[in-house]
Design a protein around this ligand. Structure first.
Ligand SMILES: [Zn+2]
Length: 402
């Protein structure tokens, strides 16, 4: 009878994963989302139908190609809508066509919980705001850059529960993208769930990242964890992750009623809006509020404006919270199967760890014999080593990560 022991000496720490979020990675993604002065991810501003400007769709392509390359289950969620903007000096209703949410899922392994990380990639346009070309670097590409940075950092890890990134379209059009996703891809009926439809009761949290990259460096860096109304457990989870993984001080405030989290909060999903503290002087702290909000200069190249180190810190905190929620599966979870001629030792490995396989006849003697070196594979995968029973005298095996 061959036994086994699977105590792994190397474990993934959440800090290891969070360290994959870097300022360099963040600013690189933000720069590729058409966020410079003169660029726009808005829509045409004339008669109906109003359709996406070219850079809107190029940004969409950038997200889809990255999420796909990183192994996410990636799809477009097309929709159209009519809207009459109450805040414009215009009583017309307009039809908007060719909109797309971008959805990228990292399916969990065995768990039933779902965690939504949302942001919006459209920017304000001259059709309903006083801008010419709104590049929307902060509002809301800063949140999409965080989604991409996190997705890249966690791509090689296996999680127990499911993480869904939704880059919403048409947030600036009264949250039409998140409303469409909620109405068509969230269900209360378990029989209706599938690869693109999630069970409402399984969605434990919705974290919305919108406008997270401006910081007035004259005051202590803080971040707002906002809700539409009242406290919910996501506030505590994300606040504690901010304290644990970043230098930021989290500040809770309720009454945040103008971004995509409200689409989910309105049906009872625990949702938060993560936003830069210095967006507006809610607390009377006297700093300089975001000077370029909804303007032609909400741009990555506007002087003395966005702070990538600050945005990367916010992103790290969210990555930490997401990993704590979804639970990475530890490496070196050892399994052993015995055939008539061979024993197969297999385990889930971490991406950048070399393993050594040992065997022993008597566990009590703690006398392990080295069998084989297994170099790092660069990804999370199940490694399998088959040992010929005729040649193996050991009755127990262990793997150690180096
Ligand atoms: Zn906006």
């Amino acid at each position: 009878m061959i036994g086994w022991t699977g105590t792994a000496s190397h474990a993934i720490t959440l800090s290891n994963i969070v360290e994959g979020v870097t300022e360099h990675g963040y600013s690189n993604h933000l720069a590729r989302l058409y966020t410079h002065i003169g660029e726009s991810r808005g829509f045409t501003d004339g008669d109906s139908p109003r359709t996406p400007l070219p850079q809107h769709d190029l940004a969409c392509d950038y997200m889809v190609s990255n999420f796909t390359a990183w192994g996410y289950d990636t799809w477009l969620d097309p929709f159209e809508f009519d809207v009459n903007f109450t805040y414009d000096n215009d009583s017309n209703s307009y039809h908007y066509a060719d909109c797309n949410n971008v959805v990228a899922t990292k399916w969990g392994s065995g768990g039933t919980n779902v965690f939504l990380l949302i942001a919006h990639y459209d920017s304000v346009d001259s059709g309903h705001r006083n801008v010419t070309m709104g590049p929307g670097a902060d509002d809301g590409a800063s949140g999409v850059a965080a989604q991409l940075t996190i997705a890249e950092a966690i791509k090689d890890y296996v999680f127990k529960d499911t993480i869904v990134f939704v880059a919403c379209d048409a947030e600036e059009k009264d949250y039409q993208g998140s409303i469409y996703f909620r109405n068509n891809h969230v269900t209360e009926n378990p029989a209706e769930t599938n690869a693109t439809t999630f069970l409402k009761s399984a969605i434990r949290a919705c974290v919305n990242l919108d406008t997270i990259a401006y910081d007035d460096t004259n005051n202590v860096p803080q971040v707002v964890i906002g809700t539409l109304s009242g406290w919910n457990p996501v506030v505590t989870a994300v606040s504690s992750a901010m304290s644990k993984y970043t230098e930021l001080t989290p500040r809770f405030k309720t009454g945040y009623d103008s971004s995509d989290h409200i689409s989910f909060a309105n049906i009872g999903i625990d949702s938060i809006h993560v936003i830069e503290y210095d967006f507006s002087d809610y607390w009377g702290d006297g700093f300089t509020p975001n000077p370029n909000y909804h303007s032609d200069f909400d741009a990555i190249d506007a002087p003395n404006y966005l702070k990538f180190d600050y945005a990367a810190e916010v992103t790290k905190g969210i990555a930490g919270a997401l990993c704590e929620y979804a639970t990475p599966i530890p490496p070196a979870t050892l399994m052993e199967t015995v055939g008539s001629n061979a024993v197969t030792v297999s385990w889930i490995c971490a991406p950048n760890v070399d393993y050594r396989l040992y065997g022993a006849c008597n566990l009590a003697s703690n006398d392990w014999t080295f069998i084989q070196d297994i170099p790092a594979t660069g990804m999370v995968t199940e490694l399998r080593v088959e040992l010929d029973l005729a040649c193996v005298t050991q009755t127990m095996f262990k793997v150690i990560g180096e």
